[in-house]
Unconditional design. Structure first.
Length: 169
């Protein structure tokens, strides 16, 4: 959550501190801080008890370093709100995403800067969830944004960003 977001106070009220990530699973009424705890919970609850991804701690460290470098190169994009505050009758957007994609990252940064609530649907390689996006949009490509408020759906990061800026900035 970017600095200046009105939702930061909600996170503190809900979890007791300003820290991200924070998982809220409405299916089990579980709320958690800490990436490792969240991953462990998700694997135990939804992953048949098996850990997804890397099995050694080194890749986790490398992921953290890579993410920090990517943020530094982008000069703090996504870290501060340009437009904060709740919107009346706003339904969260949905972003079909691949975590490592620089195109998806640009869209996530813009969503954060505009303080827009959104649901992420991660579609890693090999995921059976990719078929749902192909059925919905006609091809497997990310990012893909769904805006239930305007009934718009689109591919292409630059088009998505231009749309978000025009609609919500």
């Amino acid at each position: 959550m970017a600095q200046g977001s009105a939702r930061r106070a909600e996170l503190v009220r809900r979890g007791g501190k300003m820290q991200a990530p924070y998982l809220v699973d409405p299916n089990t009424a579980t709320e958690l801080y800490e990436s490792d705890d969240i991953i462990r919970y998700l694997n135990a609850t939804y992953g048949a008890g098996e850990r997804a991804g890397w099995r050694l701690p080194l890749p986790t460290i490398l992921d953290d370093v890579n993410s920090s470098l990517a943020s530094a190169v982008r000069l703090g994009r996504g870290s501060r709100c340009r437009r904060a505050g709740r919107r009346e009758r706003f339904e969260p957007l949905t972003l079909f995403n691949m975590e490592g994609s620089p195109y998806c990252r640009k869209v996530r940064e813009t969503l954060s800067e505009l303080d827009l609530e959104y649901i992420v649907r991660n579609l890693p390689k090999g995921s059976p969830k990719r078929a749902a996006l192909t059925r919905r949009g006609g091809k497997m490509q990310v990012p893909y944004l769904v805006d239930p408020n305007t009934r718009r759906e689109m591919y292409e990061s630059d088009d998505i960003i231009a749309y978000l800026e025009g609609q919500y900035a």
